[in-house]
Write a protein that binds this ligand. Structure first.
Ligand code: PHE
Length: 371
């Protein structure tokens, strides 16, 4: 035992001297390995403990621990001394110009096509006097369905379409079925009316929405832009004029719009809005380079984007239902309004000629770098 204690004593003495005079971090690290490393001096002593009688081991163990603590403290002390010295040397040396441009030229990134389309759409409505509103993606059933006049037995409420949150596990008393991932941006209509309280309400809401669907034209998460305009004397003509102006600004000056009667529980009357196809110019056919002789009719091929109809369905719209105005806190006898909702993925697909929606979310740079 005396032998091992002597070795520990010598180890500590050696460490004090060596660490005290270590010149840099590298030297310090070498000393750490020499004294405390797996194959270092302390380990060697500890290995010797195996040969001791059991009653002597605690004493040697105790001293070994003390020596290890001391060496660690010496190393830490030396490290902070070296750090301080280094800092002083830097401060005393020539100054660094932090305003110099970087040496490495990194390629500049760019916005995702969905972000770009969202910003383009928002900018157009901003010019028409709309402000951007937002709402939560985890939404109450009341805002997403009930307040929008969507009855309890409506198919959209089916588990097949809607992602419900297991509300009973949240611990705040909300029953299952009352909390969900919003299936559209329309709940923001109610939230915006409640927040603003007085007309005019002119908001658009871009944001993520969720539905249980996945194929070439459906993704479980996608983006919509909602629009709402409420005030005195707002008519269907305002809705048509607004959306026609938007379509021209987004798809190009010559774009025509067409309204078809449709049903959404939160509008009355409701419409589905088509724009003339941006790919074929609304003709349904795309010219192919003429190979025939002069005098022959020009060759064309079928436009796959509009399926030869010349029209693209781009959004849902209508006059805000009186019950919805009421739920937003507006007197439907005095005020009227219109609302519309569009899918951003689809708007970008139609503008950039993208044919598979899943491309947006696969993060393949060969796709993303084309924008
Ligand atoms: N919320 C509807 C949808 O997701 C779109 C819509 C919005 C329709 C506003 C009419 C008015 O399909």
């Amino acid at each position: 035992m005396a032998d091992l204690l002597g070795q520990l004593e010598a180890l500590a003495k050696g460490a004090r001297e060596a660490i005290g005079s270590a010149a840099d971090e590298k030297a310090l690290e070498d000393l750490r390995v020499r004294f405390l490393g797996k194959k270092g001096e302390l380990s060697a002593v500890l290995r010797g403990m195996g040969a001791l009688p059991a009653e002597e081991r605690p004493r040697v163990g105790e001293v070994a621990n003390r020596v290890r603590d001391e060496v660690e403290a010496l190393l830490a002390g030396a490290k902070s001394r070296l750090d301080a010295r280094k800092l002083e040397a830097e401060l005393a040396g020539p100054p660094i110009d932090v305003t110099l441009p970087g040496r490495r030229v990194l390629p500049r990134g760019h916005r995702h096509p969905i972000t770009r389309a969202t910003e383009d759409i928002s900018a157009i409505f901003a010019r028409l006097g709309y402000e951007v509103a937002s709402g939560p993606e985890i939404e109450l059933d009341w805002f997403n369905f009930e307040a929008l006049n969507i009855p309890p037995d409506h198919p959209a409420r089916d588990m097949q379409d809607t992602f419900y949150v297991e509300a009973s596990t949240l611990g705040d008393g909300a029953p299952d079925g009352s909390v969900l991932l919003r299936t559209h941006t329309s709940p923001v209509q109610i939230r915006a009316m409640q927040r603003l309280g007085v007309p005019p309400v002119r908001i658009i809401c871009p944001g993520r929405v969720y539905r249980s669907d996945y194929d070439q034209t459906h993704s479980p998460m996608f983006h919509q832009v909602e629009g709402l305009c409420v005030g005195e004397g707002i008519t269907f003509a305002d809705l048509k004029g607004t959306l026609a102006a938007f379509a021209r600004a987004y798809f190009g000056e010559g774009t025509r719009t067409r309204f078809r009667p449709s049903y959404f529980p939160f509008v009355e009357p409701g419409a589905e809005v088509d724009v003339s196809c941006s790919i074929c110019g609304g003709t349904g056919r795309i010219p192919v380079r003429a190979q025939g002789q002069a005098g022959e009719p020009p060759q064309t091929r079928r436009c796959g984007t509009c399926k030869e109809t010349g029209w693209l369905e781009v959004l849902g719209a209508g006059m805000v239902h009186p019950k919805v105005l009421e739920n937003g806190g507006f007197d439907p006898k005095r005020y009227s309004g219109f609302a519309f909702g569009m899918g951003v993925e689809r708007m970008a697909m139609l503008r950039y000629g993208i044919d598979d929606l899943r491309l947006y979310f696969e993060n393949d740079l060969r796709f993303l770098e084309q924008f």
